[in-house]
Design a protein around this ligand. Sequence first.
Ligand code: HAM
Length: 426
Amino acid sequence: MIKAVRGTRDLLPPETQLWSFVEAKVREVMRAYNFQEIRTPIFESTELFARGVGEDTDIVAKEMYTWEDRGRAQSDQGQSLTLRPENTAGVVRAYIEHKLWDRGLNKLYYIGPQFRRERPQKGRYRQFFQIGAEVIGPSTAGSESPARDAEILEMLATLLDRLGIQGWNLELNSVGCPADRASFNLALKMALEPVVGQMCADCQRRAVTNPLRVFDCKVPGDQPIIDRLPRISQFLDEGCRKHFEDVQEILKSVGVPFILNDRLVRGLDYYTRTAFEFTHGALGAQNAILGGGRYDGLSEALGGPAAPGIGFAIGEDRLVMSLAETAPDLALKPDVYIAPVGERLNAEAARIARELRREDLVVELGDGNFRLTKSFDAAAKLGARYVLFVGENEVKSGMFALKNQQTGEQVSVPRAELAAWLRSSK
Ligand code: HAM
């Protein structure tokens, strides 16, 4: 048997109904905040992620699905391509490529699959889905303002509340600007020097190439060492400190609770200033339901104009997981199962099905070849509310028998009133 590849999975009904429910709510909320949808390609040139996300991040160093393209055309030959591990770099590339600032398009959202070769476990997949949004634009559009950060965070709180997700925590930090990070990195290097020999191999590499990434370490033995390291909060310049305070002040005034966590540096290099994660207790070890932050220099790093930005991505798999227990039963059940009595009645049954579906009813169409008991079994298996018989007598008289599957009651309804009757009996 050929199975789905490790770390990937099939989403089956009725769970897919829950995914559609989540996505419909997301689109509603995005609309209220005036975000529009963008769809970027699932693969991009590898360089985009190397420059955008950062060579020293776990994502780029270890987790990308990368291959060399082959093809006849000279332009395809040997180009290094990568399945997107995240979507911010792609959105910023599109922003630059299409000069979206000229069109006033600075609030974009996306829903789609991402790919990382991580060790699969509960809530962690190699193909997973993200729901994300980005606010990006020239400073003149106010995209630098702490008001944008607070608005994004308030939108996320609204979305989680509307989905009925309770018990989330917003963890907040500021990772400062590049100048703050340069002095922080220096201090980190010095603090690491005497202790790095006791740390894991990854941390030994990070201490040299990008000391900030030491905070991504999950190795239990390294944690006491990491706990004693300096924190970025001690290195913020006046501008960054003020920006961060303003974000917090607005959050307090709109009533969005948060926890300050100065260990939170996020696993991607593009972040500046505000960085955040929403966690949820029910998720186990992979408890980050979403993450995001500001990336004021990303557009320039990708060859674009100055365009401060902030955004987030929700792990949709995790969001659905945290909803699964409280979600309403969304399984699709037909309003009516139509049972043609004899093969000759298939055409008439198809006509009735067409009429009822036009009236927005959920209709399952049986087959005239089926014996009645088989039709009943099929209707029961699907959870249909009613069975409608289409026999010679019914067609002649124009009166149709509808059997309630729950009570066993049977009523006779004129053809023209079938739709209204089925609707009113919901
Ligand atoms: P990220 O923290 O790498 O950020 O991913 C965001 C969310 O995606 C995580 O909090 C988690 O819920 C989900 N996620 C990540 N990896 C997996 C996985 N292997 N399996 C299941 N879910 C996963 C970003 O991707 C940034 N692009 C977010 C952003 C947008 N920052 C600014 N704008």
